[in-house]
Design a protein around this ligand. Structure first.
Ligand SMILES: Cc1cc2nc3c(=O)[nH]c(=O)nc-3n(C[C@H](O)[C@H](O)[C@H](O)COP(=O)(O)O)c2cc1C
Length: 362
């Protein structure tokens, strides 16, 4: 399906960057889940642009829960949140010149010229605010079930953050970090690299690392509904994501089987893995270890340097310099979106396994 994700739980997304509203609907949520608007506000704050390394388009993200909630709890019927777009400058966008790396040209081909191109339209990072808003409710419900999700910036160019050490403590540490690194030095270095790059009119990409703790062994539907496949599908829907890998990922190519394998043993009757190179998944099924995956976010396509492209209205090759307000890097803001979709997907997979009311706890 095009703008709907999920099986037992579904997430449907709508809206455009410069339309009146963006929004999302989650269907299949168990009744009785707490809906705390503060959680939604906090999640939106984590995604909100700030400082010199983010777009100057600052939206207050005023949202309304339009359905699916009664007396502060989910009803079990479709839950919809809409968010007003209040700070759009549509005059900055011209129809015809295709920004290299953006979806202007591909959207034009697919939608035959009827697409709302203002601010990137449906392909704008702006639309991801609605994902973050509805998934905040799922994330809180997961927490009550002992399932925690967190994402940090693993590296920006050659500047590295430390990896997860004590995942639950690290997730707690990341909770209020709008620039989600585990080490403050990494934040300072990454921000100053991004600021230098922005002064040159250019942009930077980076790698996010996500951990999900508390997922029981046995979830995932091989062959075609594997845990990795479903998660990757969700994460690949985030604009600017160009790769997702689990555990050692592409580094599996550089080690022997004897290093790659995660040895296991019994400890007080429980199966325990000595290490977690497989990112918590074997055969597409969770093994009970923390889920670990990485996501690469490309540099923001809209940069302020002249570039060769096409004007698909005039049908000519041009040298184009863009206008508008853009993020010199997307990585830190995308972390909140990856967290949101990771929470949604794990809740969906666990609802498939344990039934419609699984997410509800007394
Ligand atoms: C939170 C977020 C903010 C983004 N901000 C911008 C932006 O300011 N300028 C831009 O050109 N792209 C931005 N993007 C990325 C584009 O939407 C994306 O690169 C484009 O739709 C093309 O899709 P693709 O990169 O997945 O191929 C942002 C993405 C996200 C997730």
């Amino acid at each position: 399906m095009k703008n709907t994700l999920g099986a037992a739980l579904t997430l449907t997304l709508f809206g455009e960057s410069h339309g009146p509203y963006i929004g999302a609907v989650i269907d299949g949520l168990a009744p009785g889940l707490d809906v705390n608007e503060e959680d939604v506000r906090h999640a939106l704050d984590m995604r909100r642009p700030s400082g010199k390394i983010s777009t100057k388009r600052r939206e207050p993200d005023n949202f309304t829960v339009t359905s699916g909630v009664f007396r502060g709890k989910t009803t079990g019927t479709p839950l919809c949140i809409i968010i007003k777009n209040e700070n759009a400058i549509s005059g900055d966008y011209e129809y015809g010149p295709a920004r290299p790396g953006h979806a202007d040209y591909t959207a034009h081909v697919k939608y035959h010229g009827f697409e709302d191109f203002r601010g990137g339209g449906h392909f704008s990072g702006r639309v991801t605010a609605a994902i973050v808003a509805v998934c905040a409710i799922v994330r809180s419900a997961l927490k009550k079930k002992g399932v925690y999700v967190g994402t940090h910036i693993s590296n920006l160019c050659s500047i590295r953050d430390r990896g997860f050490a004590d995942p639950i403590a690290d997730i707690e540490l990341l909770y209020n970090r709008q620039f989600p690194t585990l080490m403050e030095e990494a934040e300072e270095q990454m921000k100053s690299a991004a600021e230098r790059c922005a002064e040159l009119g250019d942009s930077l990409g980076g790698v996010l690392e996500t951990v999900i703790v508390g997922v029981p062994a046995g979830a995932g539907e091989p062959f075609f509904g594997t845990f990795e496949g479903e998660m990757a599908k969700a994460v690949f829907s985030v604009p600017a994501v160009k790769g997702v890998s689990f555990g050692l990922g592409f580094d599996f190519a550089n080690v022997f089987g004897s290093e790659a394998n995660d040895e296991l043993h019994y400890e007080n009757g429980e199966v325990v893995f000595d290490k977690n190179n497989n990112g918590g998944v074997n055969g597409g099924i969770t093994n009970g270890a923390p889920i670990l995956f990485k996501t690469v976010i490309k540099p923001t396509p809209s940069i302020f340097k002249p570039q060769k492209t096409v004007d698909f209205v005039k049908e000519e090759t041009i040298i184009h310099t863009i206008r508008g307000r853009h993020d010199p890097m997307i990585v830190h803001r995308a972390a909140a979106v990856v967290d949101a979709l990771a929470a949604f997907t794990v809740a969906d997979i666990l609802t498939v396994r344990y039934g419609d009311d699984w997410l509800y706890s007394e």
